[in-house]
Write a protein that binds this ligand. Structure first.
Ligand code: ZN
Length: 331
């Protein structure tokens, strides 16, 4: 996001002040404080008899790809009104709200930090056709929904599909059991892993060049093994990932976990623990002597895991690898 330089009220140059625990742009002349908050948006699951409506985007980001209809809320409308308006603009359908489908933050963008409120709606009129900035609008049967390019859309779609198949549309996402498997990452997972890496707060400041380097390292994966937790469903989505960096020594080696993230609506369900377990098993097979975890990069690990796993230090914690004699640790 571009930095604000001048006061939007009086035009004086803004200074930096600490307010409410973080530095903010403020005006020494008139007292204006520039608070930066997430922008609210709506996403719409239009439930049809034979599936759900997706639109093909006419604008970047992800121009030409299929997504849920969505858009930003105007200042003079409610979230519900915005959902009904966006549905009609982008799909030609008049709709009514059935229920809230989920609320999902996207502090990582794109383009700026936001909150998207998803609604389940049903058509009550109109004719299905692409409109506004949608090139096309079409009903997709639930078995053939493509992989959606936006992380938040993938999350809500996975929840909606899980609820639908369980016949439990009224149950909140966080009360539902979600099945997933942990497996080594594949080339086709890279976009979703990149979206998860962007969620790690420490990575928000990475430049475009640094992001390209991250993707390259992920593709080449030299000395790094990536594990993903994948939902069981159609289409499967990646719920979390963990990258295990391996440093070989003459007598064994060390494992280092620096990057790990779980989708916000799937946290606190043991997915991080399952990924860690997979990494520890792999470390055991490779006879690694020590495992280090950067807990500053992985805020979700703290404070639940370090103590359970016997880790000690504040930021760089050491994990005992099961099955290896602790006395043998070459530290
Ligand atoms: Zn001012």
């Amino acid at each position: 996001m571009r930095e604000l330089i001048y006061c939007p009220v009086c035009g004086h140059k803004l200074i930096e002040r600490e307010l409410g625990g973080r530095p903010r742009k403020a005006c020494a002349n008139c007292g204006y404080v520039h608070y930066v908050n997430p922008v609210p948006a709506v996403g719409i699951l239009i439930e049809m008899e034979d599936g759900v409506v997706l639109i093909r985007r006419g604008q970047p980001p992800h121009q030409g790809e299929w997504t849920l209809p969505s858009g930003f809320i105007e200042a003079d409308e409610s979230a519900e009104e915005a959902a009904v308006r966006e549905a009609e603009e982008e799909t030609g359908l008049q709709v009514e709200i059935i229920d809230l489908a989920g609320i999902n933050s996207f502090p990582e963008g794109p383009p700026t930090s936001g909150i998207i409120i998803f609604f389940r709606v049903r058509p009550i009129g109109g004719v299905l056709r692409g409109g506004d900035d949608a090139l096309e609008a079409r009903v997709f049967p639930v078995e053939s929904i493509p992989r959606l390019p936006f992380r938040t859309h993938r999350e809500v779609m996975a929840s909606w599909l899980a609820a639908r198949s369980a016949g439990e549309t009224a149950i909140r996402a966080d009360e539902r059991e979600h099945e997933y498997v942990v497996r080594p990452a594949e080339a086709r997972d890279i976009d979703e892993i990149m979206a998860l890496i962007a969620l790690i707060p420490a990575n928000r400041a990475l430049s475009d060049d640094e992001w390209r380097a991250v993707e390259l390292r992920l593709r080449e994966s030299a000395g790094v093994e990536v594990f993903v937790a994948v939902s069981v469903g159609t289409p499967p989505i990646i719920l979390g990932f963990l990258a295990l960096s391996i440093v070989r020594t003459l007598t064994g080696g060390r494992g280092f976990i620096n990057d790990m993230a779980v989708l916000p609506t799937y946290q606190r369900r043991g997915i991080g623990a399952a990924l860690l377990e997979a990494a520890l098993k792999r470390a055991q097979r490779l006879s690694l002597r020590t495992m280090l975890v950067n807990t500053r990069q992985n805020p979700h690990l703290d404070p639940i895991w370090p103590d359970k796993l016997g880790m000690t230090h504040a930021d760089l914690r050491q994990l005992p690898i099961p099955g290896l004699d602790e006395d043998a640790v070459d530290d």
